[in-house]
Design a protein around this ligand. Structure first.
Ligand SMILES: Cc1cc2nc3c(=O)[nH]c(=O)nc-3n(C[C@H](O)[C@H](O)[C@H](O)COP(=O)(O)OP(=O)(O)OC[C@H]3O[C@@H](n4cnc5c(N)ncnc54)[C@H](O)[C@@H]3O)c2cc1C
Length: 375
């Protein structure tokens, strides 16, 4: 497979780099400390075209995600959720009316959406979720609770996965729910280890009424809708992790060349070079796995396995790289004067969300053996 970038892809990469240098990097530490992002950034992300990322090929989209991941994972998450989990899912499963209603508004940053699958009692096992949707005449009434929802309090629309039928995956249906509907409440979750600037919310639904035209996909197809979103979401998350790892490498090489101990730059010590070499090799490998999955998506081929491999590897690499980067920085890595401590905190969630590393291994194992270890 040829992984050289086309001139168009290189332009996307340069645009993303320039945008991050101008609009994100100078503010990232301040947003992290304040646990709040400047909302004006949403309009800027839309203006540069990133919130309509479905118009890019997947490799180009990954280049944007890598740059945003390197600059600030909280910002990367805004684009990831809007484009990957929400926008692409509505484009794939929505009716013409649903696409017309939401896609232009999402792409222009007029509204943000969120993807509400996880519940207090169901994370890795979403097929066991208990939020219910019951028919009431021509409408549906939704009741239940969702937790850890990215953009949960910023979103004007939520993709809510609810049980409409029997137990297990075939009893789920997805709904497009306006968050200003009566009975819908979103509360922020604060005090996160990382992604501090990113909005994460808890959602409460108490007999929220939506018409049948708010159903996304057929009744009973909700699990398929949810999983198709994650197939794409995992590629972009992997790209964001590559960005974290690359950021760790760049910061560590720079620091190692400047910092002197024992009368010479620490870059000259073999054990420091070992730390740098390991970050470099793993970052490159993670990038290639990500681009492989992205290329399959662009070719219209099934990529569940490759997305899981890329997500599993790149997320673990981002944690290892950030940990090694703190080591290279010594005590200075432990305070937020340098970016590496934040990289470590932001990286940590990536092996947990959109399927934990254990879940990715089970997906990979199932593809290899035909045996389903989930059941
Ligand atoms: C910051 C943040 C943002 C998030 N954003 C969203 C969002 O936008 N939308 C959304 O729906 N969710 C979101 N999530 C939720 C996230 O996807 C879940 O936290 C994740 O799926 C894990 O579920 P859990 O936390 O319930 O852990 P659990 O499923 O309880 O897992 C706990 C541990 O058990 C292990 N485990 C579970 N089952 C198995 C098994 N069969 N075999 C081996 N090990 C197993 C897990 O790997 C993990 O180590 C977010 C979470 C965070 C922290």
């Amino acid at each position: 497979m040829d992984f050289s970038l086309t001139p168009e892809q290189q332009l996307v990469q340069q645009t993303a780099r320039a945008f991050c240098a101008r609009e994100v990097v100078p503010h990232a530490r301040e947003w992290d400390r304040a646990e709040e992002l400047d909302r004006e950034l949403v309009a800027k992300l839309a203006e540069v075209g990133f919130l309509a990322g479905w118009e890019l090929d997947t490799v180009s989209y990954c280049l944007v995600m890598e740059e945003l991941g390197k600059a600030d994972s909280s910002v990367r998450g805004i684009v990831s959720v809007t484009v990957g989990l929400v926008g692409k899912t509505i484009r794939r499963w929505g009716t013409d009316a649903q696409r017309d209603e939401w896609i232009p508004r999402l792409g222009s940053g007029e509204v943000l959406g969120c993807y509400a699958l996880t519940e207090p009692g169901s994370g890795s096992d979403p097929a066991s979720l208990v939020t219910r949707a019951e028919r009431d005449g021509a409408d549906w009434l939704l009741s239940g609770q969702k937790i850890f929802i990215t953009l949960g309090t910023w979103a004007r629309m939520a993709l809510v996965f609810a049980r409409t039928g029997r137990e297990g995956p075939r009893g789920l249906t997805c709904f497009l729910v306006p968050t200003d509907a009566e009975g819908f409440e979103a509360r922020p979750i604060k005090g996160k280890l990382g992604l501090r600037a990113q909005d994460t919310g808890e959602l409460f639904l108490d007999r929220v009424r939506v018409p049948d035209s708010a159903r996304l996909g057929a009744e009973g197809e909700g699990f398929k809708v949810a999983m198709s979103a994650l197939d794409d979401g995992r590629i972009s998350l992997a790209a964001g992790c590559v960005g974290i790892a690359q950021g760790c490498l760049d910061a560590s090489v720079g620091y190692a060349q400047e910092r002197t101990q024992f009368g010479r730059p620490i870059a000259g010590f073999q054990l420091v070079q070992e730390l740098l070499a390991e970050i470099a090799v793993e970052t490159d490998a993670a990038r290639l796995l990500t681009w492989k999955a992205a290329s399959l998506a662009d070719a219209g081929e099934r990529h569940t396995l490759e997305s899981s491999i890329a997500k599993y590897y790149a997320s673990e690499v981002s944690v290892r790289a950030a940990n090694a980067a703190v080591q290279v920085h010594g005590g200075y890595g432990y305070v937020d004067e340098y970016p590496v401590g934040k990289y470590l905190r932001d990286a940590r969630v990536t092996t947990l969300y959109e399927g934990t590393s254990q879940v990715q291994k089970l997906i990979i194992g199932r593809a290899l053996t035909g045996e389903n270890a989930f059941a």
